[in-house]
Design a binder for this molecule. Structure first.
Ligand code: ZN
Length: 305
């Protein structure tokens, strides 16, 4: 009898835990990569793992033809996805694919712009409206202003000059500028980010864009603009929400920029916001503060909603 009760008890526990864990269907997510001036073979699997470990996303990585290949064969059905993650910096997509992507975003599709994806497609007007700010690719004053903070003021700087630079890779302090946004709510006002490039002098249309966080590009620490440069942004485009992280330069296996608990958490939260407009994920206990970097080489920190 005792054994039978134990069995019943265990079955009840199992059923209860299954039903309490029953999430909504994970959001179908498309990670686009295949060409990049970065180590996309490291970054895209890391992005997939970071997103999928939340239980909220089911990601697939789509690899475009290699540079110089027939890009007409890259023809994803964006309508199948709730979220598109851009880890791509390479050849132009076909006009058909460009139009389909714009339609997807305009109609409410979520987007994550990751690191060098903001270097891509300097001549594609709508893409730059979706990313908000970009760098390199001969971007200059024709592409929009520099946007940064200086002396606590948001500066929209239309002066002439090339867009995109970074000093030596280093750890840097990220400062939240919008504490009441769903992505940043509950995060410490400042936290130290793992060794990374601090993208600076980004410029672009910056329409319908909010800067969530900046980092000071201190020239005394390996080169910089002496400005507070945007590192986390949101953009809206039509009905679509875009979360843009300029951080996360990848080494093999991800490296400290991608292993940083702050990078991981803001990416997970930003991705959820891009899909739903809200964030239900709790801030993990290991989120860094201002005094020390927190790395998660194996990525996962168990969280629950
Ligand atoms: Zn980089």
């Amino acid at each position: 009898m005792k054994k039978q009760y134990l069995l019943l008890f265990m079955m009840a526990v199992l059923i209860t835990s299954f039903s309490s864990c029953k999430n909504v269907e994970p959001y179908k997510t498309l990670i686009i990569t295949g060409q990049n001036n970065h180590n996309w073979k490291a970054s895209s699997p890391a992005l997939k793992q970071i997103l999928d470990e939340t239980g909220m996303f089911a990601s697939m990585i789509m690899i475009t033809p290699a540079k110089g290949g027939d890009m007409t064969t890259f023809d994803p059905d964006f309508s199948k996805y709730k979220l598109v993650v851009l880890d791509y910096n390479g050849d132009s997509w076909s006009d058909k694919t460009n139009a389909a992507f714009i339609d997807y975003v305009r109609n409410g599709g979520g987007v994550v712009v990751y690191h060098a994806a903001n270097n891509s497609f300097p001549a594609w007007k709508e893409y730059n409206e979706i990313t908000g700010l970009g760098g390199w690719g001969n971007r200059n004053e024709k592409d929009g202003p520099y946007v940064y903070y200086k002396n606590e003021e948001l500066v929209i700087d239309t002066s002439a000059g090339l867009g995109g630079s970074h000093g030596k890779r280093r750890e840097f302090l990220v400062r939240i500028r919008k504490m009441d946004h769903p992505v940043t709510k509950g995060l410490p006002a400042e936290w130290l980010h793992g060794n990374d490039e601090l993208y600076s002098q980004l410029r672009g249309p910056a329409k319908n864009m909010e800067i969530l966080a900046t980092a000071f590009a201190d020239s005394a620490k390996g080169g910089g603009t002496m400005r507070d440069e945007p590192v986390l942004m949101t953009v809206t485009y039509g009905k679509g929400r875009i979360f843009h992280t300029a951080m996360g330069h990848a080494d093999d296996g991800g490296g400290p920029a991608m292993h940083c608990s702050g990078f991981i958490t803001t990416l997970q939260r930003g991705a959820e916001w891009a899909v739903t407009g809200d964030v239900t994920q709790p801030v993990p206990p290991d989120f860094p503060g201002p005094s020390g970097v927190v790395l998660r080489p194996d990525f996962r920190e168990i969280t629950s909603r």
